[in-house]
Write a protein that binds this ligand. Structure first.
Ligand code: ADP
Length: 314
């Protein structure tokens, strides 16, 4: 058995989002792992229930899912040990480059849909918290999703945290309705728009803003300047109201392919029954267009980003 609890700390990866993520190494095998500590003040009985609910994640093994090794409780909260993804998460990538090129977005969309399809087919699960920080990449060119919400109690504890400072929940979930019918597809659409333009797409960017971005950085590989990542200053309540009442984001034809724009349009329908489902989206022309793009494309893209931000990825 893989003793995930037995590890040495290497370095902290992130402590920005309420939880603390560290790179650790398993003592006997030296296998690198990402350990996420979720600080929780709950009764021991709830803690055991959460650990029990998380066990299902051990059954989910696929090249499209970040592998879950196991979880345990400590005085500080719940510790989750998982596969370490050495290219980081897409929110991290977007702190280093202005935007993600469309061919890479095609590979991301395909991998995310495959991951979502697999958890739905094998365990009747939805992800329920899909966003750029839960889409990770490694230097083998694999793109995987993490943080599938399987614990009702943990979801309850993290609900408010998950809404801030940006919201990827579908309009029906924001309204308190079930988002089981393709709520994840909405979140994928919104995440793809964010990766395509390099900023959270609420409020919806003007065409000029995007055209300028493309003129200044045609390949999408220029390093991001410090101020370019600033988020629009809307409160979370303004963002929720905007998602509920305004048209969903769309992108200009002059900068993106017709296939990508149609894919986004199918994901970002406010009415869930009009949204594409996982199976049909996997057959979509946008996915087919980049399906045969070799894995080397992703490898050289992520390596270029890593090389140009050495200090960041120590
Ligand atoms: P959030 O709550 O916003 O989803 P997390 O607490 O899950 O964020 O993760 C915070 C950061 O830690 C991520 O943005 C990512 O950079 C890093 N991280 C999380 N999981 C892993 C992993 N398995 N491998 C490498 N980095 C990770």
């Amino acid at each position: 058995m893989f003793e995930y609890q037995n590890h040495d700390m290497e370095r902290e990866i992130s402590s920005e989002s309420g939880s603390i993520v560290q790179l650790v190494k398993q003592k006997q095998t030296n296998v690198p792992m990402a350990k996420k500590l979720i600080p929780l003040e709950v009764k021991p009985v709830i803690q055991s229930k959460i650990l029990d609910e998380l066990k299902v994640l051990q059954e989910l093994k696929s090249p499209y899912l970040v592998e879950f090794y196991g979880a345990y409780a400590s005085n500080e909260g719940i510790n989750i040990c998982m596969e370490y993804m050495d290219g980081g998460s897409m929110d991290l990538v977007l702190k280093k480059v202005n935007r993600v090129p469309e061919n890479i977005l095609g590979k991301i969309a395909e991998s995310v849909l495959m991951g979502l399809y697999l958890i739905r087919e094998s365990h009747d699960l939805n992800h329920n918290n899909l966003k750029p920080s839960n889409i990770l990449v490694n230097t083998k060119g694999l793109i995987k999703i993490s943080d599938i919400e399987v614990s009702v109690d943990l979801t309850k504890e993290k609900f408010i945290e998950n809404l801030q400072p940006k919201c990827y929940y579908s309009p029906e979930k924001i309204s308190g309705l079930s988002s089981k019918l393709n709520g994840d597809v909405w979140s994928l659409g919104l995440s793809l728009v964010e990766m395509a333009i390099g900023r959270y797409p609420i409020p919806v960017p003007s065409e000029d803003e995007i055209v300028n971005l493309f003129q200044n950085d045609p390949q999408g590989l220029s390093s991001r300047s410090e101020d370019a990542s600033s988020i629009q200053s809307m409160t979370i309540f303004e963002i929720l109201e905007y998602i509920l009442n305004k048209p969903p984001p769309s992108l200009p034809k002059s900068c993106f392919s017709e296939e990508f724009l149609d894919f986004l349009d199918t994901c970002l329908r406010k009415e869930p029954s009009e949204r594409g489902d996982l199976k049909s989206l996997l057959q979509h022309r946008f996915i087919q267009k980049y399906k045969n793009e070799p894995v080397d494309t992703v490898i050289s893209w992520i390596n270029k980003i890593k090389q140009s931000s050495q200090l960041f990825y120590i």
